[in-house]
Each structure stands twice: as structure tokens, then as C-alpha cells.
Design a binder for this molecule. Structure first.
Ligand code: 16G
Length: 246
């Protein structure tokens, strides 16, 4: 197998610190799949020697790519090229389940969590009367240490006993009250992340993303969830099976 230095070619000789040029070359190799999803990088000592850079320079470049979610460090096993998450579009799964299915750990950071009164827009999408109580859960969703999505969920008051019922998984909490959605309507469109959103996810402002609105329904037709999600475009492939006869 050719050495990585051979695969990525000589570093740009233009200005800027060496670690930046190395970072750019590695990013390019990841984009072109010269480095393939799930591929393990050689140990840092070997890689630094192969690339003719110091370990400090190499570490700085790798740290940035790990922060961006392009590379993943697994304790004791080394550094790997992060694979994109394939999300089945036809399955009503939760973020936590999607991550667990890939051997990754779902985690959330709360932006806010609490109760309130339905806004006119929420009343429409949830089919609630003015004045009805709702729970709101606003989160940054992580896979291991990589920020993957921003999620803003509104749940009608009858769905949960308290906002504190929701730990890592909203659907697990709804399952316990017998209110996990059994059907959902989803709308998706391409977006560019605003500066504020990008900051929360630790990515560049203007990076591409997928905006997804999900309305989840109970068996009896009541709406149990209205969620707006902003998923990182570089982390997800949405996959759907299509049949001629539905
Ligand atoms: C997914 C859903 C979101 C749901 C969440 C529950 C999409 C586009 N969105 O992110 O609507 O609220 O899962 O995840 O799939 P949780 O149970 O891990 O909190």
C-alpha cells in the first residue's frame, strides 16, 4: 500500500503555517476519498515520519480534523476516517437509535428545556387549541464527541409528565408514557448554516446542511411531536427504498 505522503502528494508550498497546509491536504484527501470511510490512519509516529513533519505539527492538523468530525479517535485503537451516517428514510427511528446502530454513543447538550404555552404556529402543526401546554426541548445532538445536528422539539402537554422525563432520548421518554410516534410526516430541504448555528456545531458558517421538519403521530391520529432538525450535510446520507407499488 502506498504511504500516505505518496497518496496526498507534496504539500502546498504557499504561505501559512505548515500544520494548516497539512490540514488542507488531508481534508482534500478525505474529500476525494483517497482516505476512505472507516480507514485507520497509521500510528502518529509513523505518519509524522512519512509526511516529514514533526509530531506536534501532525497532531495540530489531526486535532482540527477530529474537531470537525472528519476523523474520529477511538481510545486504544487509533484515528479513523469518520464514515457518513446512512439514515433510512422510511424508518421511524430516533437519533439515539440511529447512533447506537452504528456503534456510536448519542449524547445531547441542552440549549433549553421547559414548558410553555403553544404559539399560533405550534398550535397549527400540533393540532392544539390556543392556550394548550407544551414542552420544548432544544438540543445539540452529538455522536460520541462530534456535533451532528441541532434539534428543536415541541411535545404536547399530554405526552409527558414533566420536562425532566427526557434524558438522552426523547423517544425513550415518550415510549414510557405510551406516546412514542408510530407514523410521521417529514419535509426536508437543503440549507446553509447561519453563523450562530455553525458556532453551536463547531463548523464553518455557510456550511451545507439538511433542514428536516418531522411531525410524529400517535395511533389515534393526534400529533405527538413537531421537531425541526438541522443536520450536518457532510455527515449524513439519507437512503430510501422505493417501490413501484406502494
Ligand atoms: C430524530 C428525529 C427527531 C426526533 C429524534 C428523537 C429525524 C430527522 N428527526 O432526530 O424528530 O425527535 O430523532 O431522538 O430523524 P431521541 O429519541 O434520541 O431524542
Amino acid at each position: 500500500m502506498p504511504q500516505l505522503a505518496e497518496k496526498i502528494g507534496p504539500l502546498d508550498t504557499g504561505g501559512g503555517p505548515l500544520y494548516r497546509r497539512l490540514e488542507d491536504a488531508l481534508r482534500e484527501a478525505l474529500r476525494n476519498q483517497v482516505l476512505k470511510p472507516n480507514e485507520a490512519l497509521p500510528p502518529e509516529r509513523d505518519l509524522a515520519a512519512d509526511l516529514s513533519v514533526s509530531r506536534i505539527t501532525l497532531r495540530k492538523a489531526l486535532d482540527k480534523l477530529v474537531d470537525e468530525g472528519l476523523l474520529t479517535r477511538r481510545q486504544g485503537a487509533g484515528t479513523f476516517v469518520t464514515s457518513r451516517v446512512e439514515k433510512q428514510f422510511a424508518k421511524l427511528t430516533s437519533f439515539s437509535e440511529d447512533m447506537a446502530a452504528r456503534g456510536r454513543t448519542a449524547r445531547s447538550e441542552w440549549l433549553s428545556r421547559g414548558t410553555g404555552t403553544v404559539t399560533p404556529d405550534e398550535a397549527l402543526s400540533l393540532g392544539l387549541s390556543p392556550g394548550a401546554a407544551v414542552y420544548r426541548f432544544n438540543r445539540i445532538r452529538y455522536a460520541d464527541d462530534v456535533a451532528m445536528a441541532l434539534e428543536y422539539s415541541t411535545i404536547p402537554g399530554f405526552g409527558l409528565a414533566s420536562a425532566e422525563d427526557v434524558g438522552t432520548s426523547l423517544y425513550a421518554a415518550l415510549e414510557l408514557t405510551g406516546c412514542r410516534p408510530v407514523r410521521a410526516l417529514q419535509r426536508l430541504r437543503a440549507v446553509l448554516f447561519s453563523a450562530d448555528q455553525a458556532k453551536l456545531l463547531g463548523i464553518e458558517a455557510g456550511a451545507p446542511g439538511l433542514y428536516i421538519e418531522r411531525r410524529g403521530f400517535l395511533d389515534d391520529g393526534r400529533v405527538i411531536e413537531a421537531t425541526q432538525s438541522w443536520y450536518r450535510g457532510d455527515a449524513y446520507d439519507f437512503v430510501a427504498e422505493l417501490n413501484l407499488r406502494a
